[in-house]
Ligand binder design. Structure first.
Ligand SMILES: *Cc1c(COP(=O)(O)O)cnc(C)c1O
Length: 420
């Protein structure tokens, strides 16, 4: 049904119901003013044009109201995180009280492990996928050490089979059959940053719970890309960042999910701060900590409002577009990218990412055998912003909010030229 020509790509753009959202973003340009082909939203999402206004409004309130901005203005700062809860919850399929925006991803991962990694002498191991993002791996290893365990013994890897690139669920089942009784936590990236593989979250959660383990997901490459349906899927916690597919700016705040079943569990250990304290009595500066129910109870500090304003701008954009519409576009847009790469008929090229749209988001990881970084350098010089992973993988992620079918077609033409 796809065709390998520019007219076809343009026709798809004309039929695309969310095509206009591209105009709502700043698209980076080259030195001569031509728009670059930006396929790097998996690393840093582009800036919505409304973001500046949202931040300006907070700067204005600060300038005109000073400390009163906490309770006055269009969006008072005291409850500011509450303005994000509904839309953020919708994006991850959670209830608003299960979600909070706070800190950054790795910080939240640690806070969640303080509560949900409670090892005993016999049940202390943690499973991660073998190509887990380095920061996740460091965090998990340091938690093991913090509790007095040797990561060599305590860290178990869910690995692809020899000669394969993707993880098979059966192999996780097998690992649990052997090790399940000694595993305390399964912590998996919902969509792997390297391969682009989206894992079967519900099956993983059920498997972990069957063995009495806690289950957590890192949605860094999932949020705004796939629908993890967190409430229904049922993990104990999840964490994510907002600067990749959520377009909220470099280093912007992360999100955190705590399943409702833990909302009022005051027996869970946690690291606490005043922003997690009962709102009615927070300013009495009482001595005893009184946790807010739900994810809010894990907050530590009063948050950076300017960063939150950028997140609000992004979430409002997602709400206007509708995630279902974006997901529908992704299936077609990434499908088109796959079609064009296959049509190159080049033996050196191998798409690592799963072929089944249900097992991936918008990213394709393209292995170019016997290539070196020179390929990527030339691709960049030709006006394509993508991402290179050693030894030989180019990651490209057409983001449905601002990438077009024409972008994808032009990318395939440039890749062809570079490989000639
Ligand atoms: C991007 C990413 C991170 C980054 O963590 P920060 O704490 O936001 O710097 C961590 N884990 C995964 C899986 C990521 O993709």
């Amino acid at each position: 049904m796809f065709q390998n020509n520019l007219e076809f790509a343009k026709r798809c753009d004309a039929e695309d119901t969310v095509a206009d959202f591209r105009n709502d973003f700043h698209i980076p340009k080259d030195a001569s003013g031509n728009e670059l082909i930006y396929l790097c939203g998996n690393s840093l999402g582009l800036q919505p044009k409304i973001t500046a206004q949202y931040i300006q409004n907070e700067l204005k309130d600060w300038a005109t109201l000073g400390v009163e901005g906490h309770v006055e203005g269009d969006h008072p700062w005291l409850p500011y995180h509450e303005f994000l809860a509904q839309n953020m919850a919708q994006l991850v399929g959670a209830k608003p009280n299960e979600v909070v925006v706070m800190n950054t991803l790795t910080t939240n991962l640690h806070l969640m492990m303080v509560s949900f990694y409670q090892p005993t002498k016999t049940k202390f191991k943690i499973i991660v996928e073998s190509d887990a993002f380095p920061s996740d791996k460091y965090a998990v290893e340091s938690q093991l050490k913090f509790h007095g365990f040797d990561p060599k013994e305590g860290l178990l890897l869910w690995k692809p089979r020899k000669g394969e690139e993707l993880c098979r669920f059966e192999d996780l089942e097998e690992l649990m059959t052997q090790e399940g009784d000694s595993v305390a936590l399964i912590m998996i990236g919902s969509t792997n940053y390297y391969s682009g593989q989206s894992f079967p979250l519900k099956k993983i959660t059920e498997l972990g719970h069957k063995y009495g383990c806690m289950v957590g997901f890192d949605l860094a490459h999932g949020v705004g890309n796939i629908q993890p349906n967190l409430h229904e899927t049922g993990p104990d916690f999840a964490v994510w960042c907002s600067y990749k597919y959520l377009n909220s700016g470099p280093g912007s705040l992360g999100g955190c999910f705590v399943h409702e079943r833990h909302a009022n569990n005051t027996n869970l250990k946690r690291f606490t701060g005043w922003w997690g304290h009962n709102k009615q009595t927070r300013f009495n500066m009482r001595h005893e900590f009184d946790a807010l129910p739900g994810a809010e109870g894990w907050q530590l500090s009063n948050p950076p409002i300017l960063s939150m304003a950028a997140i609000r701008a992004s979430l409002d954009t997602f709400e206007r577009a509708g995630f279902e519409n974006l997901r529908k576009k992704t299936v077609k847009l990434t499908g088109y990218l796959e079609f064009l790469i296959d049509a190159m008929n080049d033996d050196r090229i191998n798409i690592i990412t799963p072929r089944n749209p249900e097992e991936r988001g918008c990213q394709l990881s393209i292995q170019v055998k016997q290539a070196n970084k020179e390929v990527h350098t030339r691709l960049t010089a030709s006006g394509v912003i993508s991402d290179w992973r050693e030894p030989d993988v180019i990651r490209v992620a057409p983001a449905p909010l601002y990438n077009s079918f024409e972008d994808v077609f032009r990318f395939s033409e440039k890749l062809k030229q570079v490989l000639q």
